[in-house]
Ligand binder design. Structure first.
Ligand code: ZN
Length: 427
């Protein structure tokens, strides 16, 4: 695992370098703020806009009871402190040493589970994930085939698995992970439960039914260029890595780039922002190609489920994302019921609590997002964004020891979802 040591050394040296150069306090920290009222929430959103690029909003909300997490570099630590003090806002240093978490993220020793030697208890590189796709397809060729959904802007293949009994015209489900590069728990969890689906096919009647009656299209890592960059350069990178001509900053937020309601609330026109929406919708190949792939499949198969796996916050989010005042979709009640039974099944495994609700009302409005497109354009009745764990203890830097528990509890949720869609659409 020399590359991991290399990554840590690289980041550590960068941080040490910035410390020496700037003589600022030592560490990247995450500051947690709990707003007192609507005016505070509004003020924090203005802060985000005004100081775009200086503070990294790990967890943002418009809902009072949810805290806001901001990662701040040593350089801007004093600025943030001064602003918060001037506002009279209480805050705590929630993660005192982000670098320490990154250093501790990898287990000293993983546990091999014997499945082609692939270790589900560890985070994997882009190459390892693509190899996993090929190996899984080969090991379960009776019910699995691999496909390439897109080529990234830097030319990398983005591969996925189509899982299910090989009969034509079946209804379908689509899952994607890793649209935001730094959310490593997403590909890790998706790969874990995908393997569980395959390992229990034929023995677990629920899973067997799910795979016999639906085709499951699963892409574990969509934003592969960003993901590679989180391993090589910047663990906290979120966006794609495409350079638009004339822009100082690279990357577009792919989850603000979908065509449906593109360009509205919760997006930025500043290329340096982490929620930069791009010059036009579907400007990112990762989004354009994956959506065309799905629309082409839709000509012969109905998609009933679309789930985009993110981290963190422990939430199942329903449409709409683009607006907190728009009339909710006709299917909200059923989407809500599904979220309830699935999160109950999830909680039953390890006691982890997930909340659920319409995205913009539960968190904040964000337009041009995947799950709105999945519902409105693809036509998937059950379209969700799932924010995996945790609730901020480790933020994006969840230790590897959390991967298997996250995989196990989410597998329980997916089995429950499978049971419901089999009953509703395929019995
Ligand atoms: Zn995300």
């Amino acid at each position: 695992m020399n590359h991991i040591v290399g990554l840590n050394t690289f980041i550590t040296l960068n941080l040490i370098f910035s410390k020496l150069m700037l003589c600022y306090p030592v560490r990247y920290q995450v500051i947690r703020i709990t707003p007192r009222d609507e005016a505070d929430v509004e003020w924090i959103h203005l802060l985000e806009e005004r100081y775009e690029g200086k503070f990294d909003f790990w967890q943002m909300t418009r809902v009072l009871e949810r805290p806001i997490d901001i990662m701040v570099s040593p350089k801007y630590h004093d600025l943030l402190q001064t602003l918060l003090n001037a506002r009279g806002l209480d805050y705590v240093v929630h993660i005192p040493d982000v670098q320490g978490l990154i250093d501790n993220q990898f287990s000293a020793k993983g546990i091999l589970d014997g499945n082609n030697g692939f270790d589900y208890s560890k985070y994997h590189t882009y190459d390892e994930i693509q190899q996993w796709v090929a190996d899984i397809a080969a090991a379960h060729s009776d019910i699995v085939e691999s496909f390439q959904i897109a080529t990234s802007s830097e030319g990398r293949a983005i591969n996925g698995l189509k899982i299910g009994k090989k009969t034509s015209g079946k209804p379908a489900v689509y899952f994607q992970g890793g649209i935001h590069a730094r959310e490593w728990m997403s590909p890790a969890t998706v790969m874990y439960f995908t393997n569980q689906m395959l390992e229990t096919y034929g023995s677990d009647t629920g899973v067997t039914d799910m795979l016999d009656k639906f085709d499951w299209y699963i892409v574990p890592s969509l934003n592969v260029d960003g993901y590679v960059y989180t391993w090589s350069n910047d663990r906290m990178w979120r966006k794609t890595r495409r350079q638009e001509a004339g822009n100082r900053c690279k990357g577009i937020d792919p989850n603000r780039n979908y065509e449906y309601k593109w360009g509205g609330a919760g997006t930025s026109t500043n290329p340096c922002s982490d929620v930069y929406r791009g010059l036009s919708s579907h400007s990112e190949r990762e989004v354009a190609s994956s959506t065309s792939f799905l629309l082409q499949k839709k000509q012969t198969q109905d998609f009933h489920v679309f789930i985009d796996f993110h981290a963190y916050s422990q939430l199942w989010l329903l449409p709409w994302s683009y607006s907190d005042t728009a009339l909710l979709p006709a299917d909200t009640k059923d989407q809500d019921d599904m979220a309830k039974v699935c999160t109950d099944a999830l909680t039953a495994v390890h006691g982890t609590k997930y909340e659920y609700g319409p995205s913009a009302r539960k968190l904040y409005a964000a337009s041009g997002c995947s799950a709105d497109w999945g519902y409105a354009t693809l036509g998937a009745k059950y379209s969700y964004v799932i924010e995996l764990g945790d609730t901020g203890t480790h933020g994006f830097v969840m230790p590897e020891s959390e991967i298997i528990p996250s995989g196990e509890e989410n597998f329980a949720a997916i089995k429950k979802l499978g049971e419901i869609i089999v009953a509703e659409f395929a019995s």
